[in-house]
Design a protein around this ligand. Structure first.
Ligand code: S3P
Length: 428
């Protein structure tokens, strides 16, 4: 246990942060670099624990991956050169590693066992196992293959035409990766668009893939070609400081080189609708992804309703958006976010418990929550639920509490943002 006592701050924050690399894009850069033939250099890579699980999985399969500060150099002889891992693969806390790797391992000619920590071992895998089995995958494990540990005996895969029953980029990506290894044309359709980094990066690595934003079609058996990837700053990490800038009176922050991909930018729309003082500068496209600098300063806020197609575009930001809403005048309603129940923890329960302990007024619902603002936050002892985004949300809350905030265990923050407290300190 790594407890942290945060003294109330209650002063304006100012300064700028170069936002660390995007977690989703870092995973994908390692995956595609390892599947491609040649040398791939990844710059501004996020060396958080989750992404290192993906790196280590490919090292176990014979790929040479060297770390050099914020860069990775991946040397691979392509998909056919990957070899059977000698030991079970430990995916730790990483849902992205697990679900995307299941898509790949299903089509590789060897046997693998994968396992993870307590949180990952509770998360549903049938959302990927079911479509992969329809493609001919041989996957088994606890609860009929729904829960880790799982074993995969690679087989010849056939293509599929699949409509996603859940709003999940991980499921979409697992099927597209299996489709890359399968014979023929695989189609994945989603009713509500989710993050499209897999589609963008597959294109950059030379795959035969097209997408209209709802249906993506990939033709299998294509060898990928190595290319360099620059990883944008993670908007999900920037979100903590966007909210800090919006709720701490007098603050003015600049979050540099942040990813602004339209499938991820829901938090910016929410801040604008709530009346925040936010501006985007220096917009440009790097490695196929839109990035820019975000300027945010304190302003009074009003409650809004957050529902429908925007939910997948801000799903990971909802814990810190709940904190934001607790400082907005009026009612904020979050709906259609039932996916929060199966994240690193049940984030509806965790957010309501943590913020209500600190003095907020939030009522959980089946698929979201109702937040009454604006409330004064007192302080108190909270649990991180061993969930990085809950721990960071608690730390940001302490910037406006009257008393200390004591978080039981902050070690989980290294999953996605190892330098979080260093960056926070730089703004004080
Ligand atoms: C991710 C997709 C989302 C997100 C997760 C990362 C990805 O999960 O919550 O943090 O990299 O594809 P789901 O696909 O389960 O919605």
């Amino acid at each position: 246990m790594n407890e942290k006592v945060l003294k109330p701050f209650n002063q304006a924050l100012s300064g700028e942060i170069n936002i660390p690399g995007d977690k989703s894009i870092s995973h994908r850069a390692v995956i595609f670099g390892s599947l491609a033939q040649g040398t791939t250099k990844v710059t501004h890579f996020l060396d958080g624990e989750d992404c290192m699980r993906t790196v280590n999985a490919f090292r176990e399969m014979g790929v040479t991956i060297q770390e050099d500060g914020e860069s990775l150099v991946i040397e691979s002889n392509g998909i056919s050169a990957l070899s059977e891992p000698k030991q079970p693969l430990n995916f730790g806390n990483s849902g992205t590693t697990t679900r995307l790797m299941l898509g790949i391992l299903s089509g590789l000619p060897f046997f693998t066992t994968v396992f993870g920590d307590d949180s990952l071992s509770r998360r549903p895998m049938n959302r990927v196992v079911n479509p992969l089995r329809q493609m001919g995958a041989n996957i088994d494990g606890r609860n009929s293959g729904n829960l880790l540990p799982l074993s995969v005996k690679g087989s010849k895969l056939k293509c599929i035409d699949y409509t996603l029953p859940v709003k999940s980029a991980q499921v979409k990506s697992a099927i597209l990766l299996a489709g890359l290894l399968a014979e023929g044309e695989t189609r994945v359709t989603e009713q509500t668009p989710t993050r499209n980094h897999t589609e963008n990066m597959l294109k950059a690595f030379g795959a035969d893939i097209t997408s209209d934003g709802y249906t993506t079609v990939i033709t299998g058996k294509n060898q990928l070609k190595a290319t360099n990837v620059h990883v944008p700053g993670d908007i999900s990490s920037a979100a903590f400081f966007l909210v800090a800038g919006a709720i701490v009176p007098g603050s003015k922050l600049r979050l540099k080189n942040t990813g602004l991909n339209e499938t991820r930018n829901g938090i910016i729309e929410v801040l604008q609708k709530m009346g925040a003082n936010i501006a985007i500068e220096n917009e440009r496209t790097v490695s196929g992804e839109l990035i820019g600098d975000i300027q945010i300063s304190y302003h009074s806020l009003k409650g809004i309703t957050i529902e429908g197609e925007i939910i997948p575009r801000l799903i990971d930001e909802i814990p810190v958006i709940a904190l934001l809403a607790s400082q907005a005048e009026g009612t904020t309603i979050i709906k259609d976010a039932e996916e929060l129940r199966v994240k690193e923890t049940d984030r509806i329960t965790a957010v309501c418990d943590v913020l209500n302990t600190l003095g907020a007024n939030i009522t959980p619902t089946e698929d979201g929550m109702v937040i009454e603002g604006k409330t004064k936050l007192n302080g108190g002892s909270i649990s991180s639920y061993d969930d990085h985004r809950i721990a960071m949300m608690g730390a940001i809350a302490s910037l406006i509490t009257a008393d200390d905030v004591i978080i039981d265990d902050i070690s989980c923050i290294s999953i996605s943002y190892p330098d979080f407290f260093k960056d926070l300190k730089s703004l004080k």
